[in-house]
Design a protein around this ligand. Structure first.
Ligand SMILES: [Cu+2]
Length: 143
């Protein structure tokens, strides 16, 4: 009887683990960049954010696919981390001096300022978004 209860507890534990894993979100967005060096830099930046389990940037399509846990991380942080290393994203543009410090081969064509994701005006910024943005350091925001 005791083992049966134990088994039941284990099964419940396992299924809640599965539930946790299911809360992971995968999102794709555009990140400006050129070469393999950019790819390494972008993916490293994305993965440096807590809660991000994978990041894969494609230098042909300029799209990054990130898988993260929305409970411990959020997409803004990921955009911000990438922009901090010198790469424009749909939400954040890089400060000129950060961009200037990139190696020559990585000097990509700057993204148009019109593409700012949450702040494009199509979708009003919510409070969390504003707070997140107000804490920006080296990132220039597109408001
Ligand atoms: Cu590069």
């Amino acid at each position: 009887m005791k083992t049966r209860i134990l088994n039941l507890v284990m099964i419940m534990g396992l299924s809640s683990l599965t539930l946790l894993a299911n809360t992971e979100k995968t999102e794709k967005f555009k990140v400006a960049g050129n070469c393999g060096m950019c790819e390494t830099r972008i993916e490293k930046a994305a993965k440096s954010v807590d809660g991000v389990s994978s990041a894969d940037w494609d230098k042909e399509t300029k799209m990054i696919e990130v898988t993260y846990n929305p409970e411990t991380s959020d997409i803004h942080k990921i955009h911000q981390a990438i922009a901090n290393t010198g790469h424009d994203t749909e939400m954040h543009s890089v400060k000129a001096e950060v961009y200037d410090n990139l190696p020559g081969c990585c000097k990509y064509e700057r993204m148009s300022k019109q593409t700012a994701g949450c702040c494009s005006g199509e979708k009003a910024c919510d409070k969390a978004c504003d707070e997140e943005h107000s804490s920006h350091g080296s990132v220039e925001h597109k408001h």
